[in-house]
Ligand binder design. Structure first.
Ligand SMILES: CCCCCCCCCCCCCCCC(=O)SCCNC(=O)CCNC(=O)[C@H](O)C(C)(C)COP(=O)(O)OP(=O)(O)OC[C@H]1O[C@@H](n2cnc3c(N)ncnc32)[C@H](O)[C@@H]1OP(=O)(O)O
Length: 162
């Protein structure tokens, strides 16, 4: 049931409609996102999901030093076309010692039909030495209480120079 904590959670019984993730980010499929068939290029979609998952991991683990460790099978269930509105949803499914596992779903924003599902995306929390470090969390936050902040007024952060 939709709630203040979890406003986007859906409860439809339709099996083509996913009710296990929170859909946060919307994209409008534009000409530059298309493949030679005129439908959405899978690489664009994966880039958007990886970025979305990295931000989600940062919010959940309170650390901007996170890296993608593992992505499971990717099922492209349907294509999207120019002009379609799509939305991406993620949900943490397992908090490990140093890792966070998420499930990802992309669907058409209007019809809610699934376009893609990834059962497991694993991100690893790193310490300053670049090695896996315990994150200390075991449950999802729906707030922004773990966000790493250097400047509380703006929420901005100066990333380390390489
Ligand atoms: C205001 C704030 C704004 C902030 C604003 C910031 C904006 C800025 C955003 C930047 C966001 C960057 C995020 C980009 C995301 C990339 O693009 S990252 C680039 C691609 N990824 C990489 O380069 C990673 C390369 N791999 C590695 O460096 C090493 O494998 C790692 C990740 C350090 C891990 O090393 P390792 O020796 O394998 O570690 P190990 O201790 O064996 O395992 C660590 C964890 O991974 C798990 N694991 C290991 N292998 C596997 C596997 N095959 N499958 C599943 N789990 C596994 C283990 O079970 C363990 O989990 P826990 O049991 O501790 O929970």
């Amino acid at each position: 049931m939709p709630s203040d904590d979890n406003p986007d959670l859906l409860t439809q019984g339709d099996p083509a409609v996913d009710d296990t993730v929170n859909f946060r980010t919307r994209k409008w499929v534009k000409p530059e996102d298309l493949n030679a068939n005129g439908s959405l290029f899978g690489g664009s979609l994966l880039r958007w999901i990886d970025e979305e998952a990295a931000i989600y991991a940062i919010i959940q683990l309170g650390n901007y030093r996170v890296v993608t460790k593992f992505i499971s099978e990717i099922e492209f269930q349907a294509s999207a076309n120019q002009g379609d509105l799509i939305e991406m949803g993620l949900r943490a499914t397992r908090f490990g010692r140093t890792s966070l596992t998420m499930r990802a779903v992309v669907r058409n924003m209007i019809t809610r039909r699934k376009i893609l599902t990834i059962e497991k995306l694993v991100f690893v929390n790193l310490g300053e030495d670049g090695r896996p470090a315990p994150h200390g969390y075991d449950s999802i936050t729906y707030r922004r209480d773990r966000m790493p902040r250097e400047n509380p007024a703006t929420g901005t952060l100066t990333l380390p120079r390489r």
